[in-house]
Design a binder for this molecule. Structure first.
Ligand SMILES: [Zn+2]
Length: 217
């Protein structure tokens, strides 16, 4: 079974997009748009508007991200062994430097950004509206997967988590799923997820008869 993990606030301890906006963007615009998320603005509209207030050069922001964005406990070891697909509404330009810092090479599906001096312009990977939630969403990134385990935390994970075969959630995503009576497992860090998955990944992706009995538990 494929393993799909969100980046900001899931693989990272704190949402890196929010950290960058608070450090380099306009706090008033940020707070106003966060308030309107899921009400009268879509996630893409919110991200685009918030990042238009960032005017710093990309290399300056990348250096700050490399120095300040911390990964959640257990993630690096988990990612090395289980090779999750990372699906993010963040940007390649700000995620790859952190992966590189940790020596991780993972497949990443994310948006891109053009760091223009008059305000950053977000280039979204997929603008097509999802048939379930009616907005562009992460569900399109997993459309080719027959079954997947999803690990996430936030607003951008709501719709895709509902498509997951097995779901690990924390923070806002956990509240959302609980409010809709959708089954999920709560996690604090990646040691929890790793323990819960056990040998699942091996068992589901290969013929069970070929697995050494010591692993069949
Ligand atoms: Zn959707």
């Amino acid at each position: 079974m494929e393993l799909v993990v969100d980046w900001d606030g899931t693989a990272t301890e704190i949402d890196g997009l929010h950290l960058v906006l608070l450090e380099f963007g306009d706090r008033g615009v940020y707070e106003e748009h966060e308030e309107r998320l899921g009400r009268d603005l879509t996630l893409h509209e919110v991200i685009a508007a918030e990042f238009r207030t960032v005017r710093a050069p990309l290399d300056e922001v990348v250096a700050w991200v490399r120095a300040n964005v911390r990964l959640r406990a257990g993630f690096v070891d988990f990612a090395r062994r289980r090779r999750p697909l990372i699906v993010s509404s963040g940007f390649h330009e700000l995620i790859e430097p952190v992966l590189e810092r940790e020596g991780l090479e993972l497949t990443l599906l994310a948006n891109r950004v053009e760091a223009r001096p008059e305000g950053w312009r977000v280039v979204f990977r997929d603008e097509a509206a999802c048939s379930v939630c009616g907005e562009p969403c992460k569900r399109s990134s997993v459309a080719g997967l027959r079954a997947f385990t999803f690990v996430g935390d936030g607003f951008s994970d709501h719709c895709v988590a509902e498509a997951g075969t097995r779901v690990f959630a924390r923070d806002g995503l956990a509240d959302y799923l609980a409010s809709r009576d959708i089954a999920f497992e709560r996690f604090d860090d990646f040691r929890d997820v790793d323990r819960a998955l056990g040998t699942d990944a091996y068992r589901l992706s290969s013929d069970s008869s070929s697995i050494p009995s010591s692993r069949r538990m």
